[in-house]
Design a protein around this ligand. Structure first.
Ligand code: SF4
Length: 437
């Protein structure tokens, strides 16, 4: 049996979701609507095993010079996960650095990933140009996509499809992960069945393999001898390079006679995109919501702060006076109404805005009422966990242990595929036995 069948044994789950966040501080409502809401929905879906982690190594790619906040931020994020409704009985909640196999797989993936693929990542180039307060000219930042790929595919398990929930803007990251995995698998998952090829019954095909993949791919005539055991690695290497170009399935289709001699040992699953539609949730100032812009409402925000902050929220910029009719469709306050308010309030706001029947101050106050109502149970759960940080630690430790069990099984397969030590040890112990005889 491969892997700890968390899902399969527990109820026939055939899909696995892996996602994480960097520990940069307390989470805000943008994180909730951008990811957590969907994570909670998935953990309650009968088909999905869910793995959600805190990417503390990723925090170091930019914050390596000052790590003083990483540990506390990790606790804060898990507390926010739990407050938002993630349930450690349903989801595996874990910390990346407690599963060192992520780092080992990252190393091996980094060996096969061409430098150009990493240098061309648009977010890498953008960050180098725009981030001025941190030095990003380090290997870790460049290699970020390799670690990100390892974070996901370390949870590969035969028969379980791997998904990464992402928005439109992150699809290319998953595509790059797929490319890296395909390249890795291309090197290590395909082998020729040497015993079958060396069997005299298969001399004809063994000769054809030799002609095409050892001697001369364009050769039309036979050289009259089947492949030798020394030539098999040469043929394997050529076959793999063809597979790199055309893909395994296409190769097996065109080389159908050879298919029975090919052993495919699936090592890592290619992750798939799970496109997630998220509602628009601009920040208080209308820009993208971000803690660093100071325009967010944290999941732990007090009622007073919610009222203070929303009072100065930007509105339809064209509505300058109370008597000007406004347009709710371009107003961030109305975007927030859509998330927190009842249909009745939504109608009241839209109608009152368009006819100048209400002022922005009362519109914002009503939205704040609904937001406070919505956030109250989340905050209550948070306060409970804040009182018991040791409980939060236990949850992280237990989740990390579960995650690690699967990661170790994957690394067992990966190491064998790359180095073949198990095979080598068997060969040696076989020889020793033979010598002893
Ligand atoms: S009335 Fe409400 S929806 Fe209209 S501009 Fe003011 S805050 Fe925005």
């Amino acid at each position: 049996m491969r892997g700890l069948r968390l899902g399969k044994e527990g109820g026939g789950k055939t899909k696995r979701v892996v996602s994480g966040m960097r520990p940069t501080g307390r989470l805000h409502i943008g994180h909730y609507f951008g990811a957590l809401q969907n994570w909670v929905r998935l953990q309650n879906h009968p088909e999905y095993d869910c793995f959600y982690f805190i990417a503390d190594w990723h925090a170091l790619t930019s914050d390596y010079a000052d790590t003083s906040a990483v540990a506390q931020n990790t606790i804060e994020i898990v507390t926010d996960y739990l407050a938002a409704g993630l349930d450690p009985q349903k989801s595996v909640l874990f910390q990346q650095s407690q599963v060192p196999e992520h780092a080992e797989l990252h190393l091996l993936l980094s060996m096969v990933t061409p430098l150009g693929w990493l240098e061309r990542v648009p977010t890498y180039k953008e960050a180098l140009e725009n981030v001025k307060d941190k030095d990003l000219h380090n290997y870790g930042f460049l290699g970020y996509p390799c670690l990100q790929t390892a974070d996901i595919v370390i949870y590969s398990e035969e028969g379980i499809a791997l998904f990464v929930p992402v928005g439109e803007d992150q699809v290319s990251h998953v595509e790059l992960s797929r490319e890296i995995v395909r390249r890795f698998n291309g090197f290590y998952e395909v082998r020729l069945n040497a015993a079958m090829l060396l069997d005299s019954k298969n001399a004809e095909i063994a000769e054809a393999v030799r002609n095409k993949y050892v001697v001369d791919p364009n050769s039309a005539y036979s050289f009259g001898s089947p492949i030798s055991s020394e030539e098999i690695p040469i043929a394997e290497s050529h076959i793999r390079s063809v597979i790199h170009q055309v893909g395994l399935e296409n190769f097996l289709e065109t080389e159908n006679k050879l298919a029975v001699f090919i052993v495919v040992n699936r090592v890592l699953e290619e992750p798939q995109v799970m496109l997630t539609q998220t509602p628009r949730i601009p920040g208080l100032d209308g820009r993208k919501m971000s803690k660093s812009y100071g325009n967010a409402i944290a999941l732990s925000e007090s009622d007073d702060d919610i009222r203070k902050k929303t009072k100065v929220m930007v509105t339809d910029p064209a509505r300058k006076r109370r008597t000007d009719p406004g347009n709710p469709d371009v107003c961030p306050v109305y975007d927030w109404h859509k998330l927190f308010s009842s249909q009745e309030t939504l109608d009241w706001a839209a109608q009152g805005c368009r006819t100048a029947g209400i002022g922005c101050i009362e519109c914002k106050a009503k939205m704040a009422d609904h937001l406070i109502q919505w956030i109250a149970p989340v905050r209550e759960r948070r306060i409970e966990y804040e009182k018991h940080p040791a409980r939060v630690l236990e949850i992280i430790d237990a989740g990390s242990k579960k995650a690690r069990t699967i990661a170790q099984q994957t690394m067992g397969r990966v190491r064998e595929a790359v180095f073949g030590w198990e095979k080598k040890r068997k060969e040696i112990s076989g020889d020793t036995a033979a010598n002893a005889d």
